[in-house]
Design a protein around this ligand. Structure first.
Ligand code: ADP
Length: 493
């Protein structure tokens, strides 16, 4: 059984290459969600003035970093990937201790971060523009990509390793400097990232981390005139605030928000595969991921069989401490999440038929932590609250439909559009689904949660606004495109 260092960490900001104690005098405690008796970290709630200091440091570091050749910047990012690989288990332990997800999933998250950082290191040698023909004689026309300057990142708690890395790596390799505000409740993983980049040789001021509340630290980043872009991942409510504020300031914004991802199962599907995918997609990471499978849309013909197999499989998902190898579902991240999920469970009991779970897990170690039992609702109406709103807990809604056309309509009936999946071997329906499903990522005979570092990540409709993250396109958000026309004058000779 892997374990974490059980000492309480007193967190400091990382500004201009230094670990600096906040002057605010205000702090909050972060407790282990699997055992609330344990204080994992004491987190400063920094002031706006401290954010301005970090922005000033990032601004001062920009000219030299911008002038560092892109392949050299890529080498530093590559070194960070190597260091993260060396420290994979340690980072995964911090993650499980701080956020709660099971250790096996923490290792997968860290590996995902490694993949992204490795890919972005390679962008240091690939970053290029286009050479295009000119209408004019003797004219050379091309485009170049240039950094924006100081950029801001505001990150959530649910992937506190992968998301900070996937925002920092493309921003830095393209020559920007960054100030990041991680979620208040997951500071340690972001600070570890800063440490790794510093070990990799990133110059002081290029990456700064300021801990604190969204309304102060986050808002200061959004409002400050020297921050040229904001990359945000989090709730729709906050994304809307940031996007509106960014628009008023003419700032580039990228907001990646919620999901209500459907897994469509047609009558010819391999049910064993579909059940596995539905259960792990719904209950993995305690359902606290934007790509979680939250709706199964299943053809009526096979619904009874599917549901009985699903319930049997779901009963095998034991909840508990993420460091326990026998545990499949860790705690929810904090009391706010418990409150939200419990509210939806009560709504669900009124709206649909509860088949499994439906409340907190109690007894023994569970009494010290924040555990919700894997929950399945059947006969959920497509337009009910639990079928439309993001719950962010281990809760799965089964919606029964007569045929493929209705499945597609139901799948598209939500305001979100992040991920989706279909289980069938009917090639005509597969292609129709790919063509018409309203989601930024889609899967055929695989679950909704998987994504790879070199493919764009993001959603359409209410899920995402601004350019996609990951993949080569990630660098486009962090760069300006300049068109160049050179009249080399040969025609005058
Ligand atoms: P979650 O429910 O995942 O915590 P939030 O959208 O509340 O999602 O938070 C995501 C990130 O946005 C966090 O780092 C949070 O502190 C930050 N944040 C919250 N409110 C604001 C705000 N008004 N301005 C800027 N950042 C904010």
């Amino acid at each position: 059984m892997a374990t974490a260092a059980r000492t309480t960490q007193i967190c400091r900001n990382f500004i201009n290459g230094q670990w600096v104690e906040s002057r605010s005098g205000k702090t909050m405690e972060r407790r282990n969600p699997a055992n609330l008796d344990e204080v994992v970290a004491v987190v400063p709630l920094s002031t706006r003035e401290e954010v301005r200091e970090a922005i000033a440091a990032a601004k001062a570091a920009f000219p030299a970093w911008r002038d560092t050749p892109t392949p050299v910047r890529g080498k530093i990012i590559g070194k960070a990937a190597a260091l993260l690989t060396e420290q994979k288990e340690e980072v995964a332990r911090i993650l499980t201790h701080e956020e709660g997800k099971i250790y096996k999933e923490s290792l997968v998250e860290v590996q995902r971060a490694i993949n992204i950082v490795e890919f972005m290191a390679g962008e240091g040698r690939r970053l290029g523009g286009q050479t295009l023909p000119s209408e004019m004689p003797n004219t050379f026309a091309y485009t170049i990509k240039q950094p924006l300057g100081v950029v801001g990142a505001i990150t959530p708690w649910n992937f506190p390793v992968a998301i900070p890395f996937w925002k920092a790596a493309p921003a830095l390799v393209t020559g920007n400097t960054m100030v990041m505000k991680p979620a208040e409740i997951t500071p340690l993983t972001a600070l570890k990232m800063a440490e790794i980049f510093a070990q990799a040789g990133l110059p002081p001021g290029v990456l700064n981390i300021v801990l604190g509340a969204g309304e102060d630290v986050g808002d200061e980043l959004v409002q400050h005139p020297d921050v040229h872009a904001i990359s945000f991942t989090g709730s729709n409510e906050v994304g809307g605030i940031i996007y509106a504020a960014g628009a008023r300031k003419m700032k580039k914004c990228q907001c990646e928000m919620g999901g209500k991802n459907p897994l469509v199962i047609l009558s010819d599907a391999d049910l064993k595969l579909a059940v596995e995918s539905a259960a792990s997609g719904a209950f993995g990471s305690s359902g606290q991921r934007c790509t979680a499978t939250s709706r199964v849309v299943v053809e009526e013909k096979i619904a009874d069989q599917f549901v009985s197999m699903l319930v049997a499989r779901a009963k095998e998902f034991t909840t508990g401490d993420g460091f326990d190898e026998n545990v499949a579902v860790g705690p929810l991240v904090d009391e706010n999440q418990i409150e939200t999920v419990m509210r939806y469970l009560e709504i669900g009991k009124r709206e649909a038929k509860l088949l499994l779970g439906g409340g907190r897990v109690t007894g023994g170690m569970h009494d010290r932590g924040l555990f919700i039992s894997p929950t399945i609702f059947d006969h959920v109406k497509w337009d009910s609250t639990i079928a439309q709103e993001e719950i962010f807990g281990p809760v799965l809604s089964v919606i029964r439909v007569p045929d493929f056309e209705e499945a597609l309509r139901v799948a598209n009936s939500v305001k979100y559009g992040l991920s989706s999946s279909i289980y069938t071997n009917d090639s005509a329906k597969i292609h129709a689904f790919i063509d018409r499903i309203e989601s930024g990522m889609t899967h055929v005979n695989s679950g909704t949660v998987w994504s790879e570092a070199h493919l764009p990540f993001g959603g359409m409709k209410g899920t995402g606004i601004g350019l996609r993250e990951m993949g080569s396109i990630a660098v486009d958000f962090y760069t300006e495109l300049k068109s160049v026309y050179i009249d080399y004058g040969a025609r005058k000779q």
